[in-house]
Write a protein that binds this ligand. Structure first.
Ligand code: GDP
Ligand code: MG
Length: 164
C-alpha cells in the first residue's frame, strides 16, 4: 500500500508552503495569519520511484493559544493513528516554543518514525545557533530546510523515504 506521510506542527511554521513545494503546485493555502489551512489536505508524491501520500494539517480559526494547542494535539493524534511517517515541523526563526515541546513529547511517545524538520533556515551553511535547542525535543537528528527557497527538500524526502 501507498505510505502516508503527515506534516504536523504549530500554525505558521510553513507546513503548507512545504506541502505546496513538494506537490509542485499551490494546493494548500499559505497565509500569514496562523492556521488558515483547511482541515487536512492530501496529495500524491513520487520520490525515488516510490509513491506516497502527503498530508498537510492545520485547521480553521484557532484564535487563542488554547485553541491552537487543542488543535495541534488533535492533528498530532490523527497523524499518529493514520500516518506511516510523521514530519514534525518547527520554525527556526521563532526557536523552540512551549507548544513545540508539548507536541514533540506526544510524538516522541508514539511508536512511529518522526522526522524533525526545522523550517525557515533560509541561508545555506552553518544554521543559526537557536536551531540546536530543538535537540532538546529528544527526537534525534533534525533536518534544516527552507520551504520558500526549496532548500533541504531532497534531504528531508530522503529521510522520510528511509522509513518506507
Ligand atoms: P502553516 O500555517 O504551518 O501552514 O504555514 P504557512 O505555510 O502558511 O506559512 C506561514 C508563513 O511562513 C508564510 O508567510 C510563509 O511565506 C512563511 N514561510 C514558510 N516557509 C518559509 C521559509 O522557509 N522561510 C521563510 N522565511 N518564511 C517561510
Ligand atoms: Mg497551513
Amino acid at each position: 500500500a501507498k505510505p502516508v506521510v503527515a506534516v504536523v506542527g504549530r500554525p505558521n511554521v510553513g507546513k503548507s508552503t512545504f506541502f505546496n513545494y513538494v506537490a509542485g503546485k499551490r494546493i494548500s493555502i499559505v497565509e500569514d495569519t496562523p492556521g488558515v489551512t483547511r482541515d487536512r489536505i492530501y496529495t500524491d508524491v513520487e520520490w525515488r520511484s516510490k509513491l506516497f501520500t502527503l498530508i498537510d494539517t492545520g485547521g480553521i480559526e484557532p484564535y487563542t493559544e488554547d485553541k491552537i494547542m487543542q488543535q495541534m494535539k488533535r492533528q498530532a493524534e490523527l497523524a499518529i493513528e493514520t500516518a506511516d511517517v510523521i514530519i514534525f515541523m518547527v520554525d527556526a526563526k521563532d526557536g523552540m516554543t512551549a507548544s513545540d515541546k508539548e507536541v514533540g513529547s506526544m510524538l516522541r511517545k508514539a511508536n512511529k518514525p518522526i522526522i524533525l524538520a526545522v523550517n525557515k533556515v533560509d541561508r545555506v551553511g552553518e544554521p543559526p545557533p537557536e536551531v540546536y535547542e530543538f535537540y532538546n525535543l529528544g527526537l534525534g537528528d533534525m533536518i534544516t530546510i527552507s520551504s520558500v527557497h526549496g532548500l533541504g527538500m531532497g534531504d528531508l524526502l530522503d529521510a522520510v523515504y528511509e522509513h518506507f
